[in-house]
Design a protein around this ligand. Structure first.
Ligand SMILES: [Zn+2]
Length: 127
């Protein structure tokens, strides 16, 4: 769970104080997306010169939760369509001053053939 919580449930209607770690689906369908064309402010690291990146909200296959995340480098809004199959990946966010790669989770379009066919693009997407 992120951000980490000690003993409080994030649901305001819940009195519970016990939390459990639960594994979530690594796959889902693209629910919405956008493209960030402005460098985020510090302390968030951004390459200089700044490169636009896509942000995706993905509806998890099993749970129906919608999880927002960055999309891997090289995939921009023009490459995305609502309803596409997406899967969890990792990517290097930046390399720190000691030369260590700092890794984050990111969404990527799912490999063709390993999931149901995405909806026919002739239906018209946002992209
Ligand atoms: Zn609760």
């Amino acid at each position: 769970m992120f951000p980490p919580r000690a003993d409080n449930c994030p649901n305001p209607d819940c009195e519970g104080d016990e939390l459990a770690q639960v594994g979530l689906s690594r796959r889902g369908t693209l629910w919405s997306f956008t493209e960030n064309r402005y460098a985020p402010p510090p302390p968030y690291p951004a390459p200089d010169p700044f490169e636009p990146f896509a942000v995706a909200a993905v509806e998890l296959a099993e749970e129906g939760l919608i999880v927002l995340g960055k999309v891997v480098d090289g995939t921009l809004a023009a490459d995305l369509r609502v309803g596409m199959a997406m899967e969890l990946a990792t990517m290097v966010l930046y390399v720190d001053d000691d030369g260590i790669e700092r890794i984050v989770y990111a969404w990527k379009t799912a490999d063709a053939g390993s999931a149901e066919e995405p909806a026919d693009s002739s239906e018209g997407g946002l992209a």
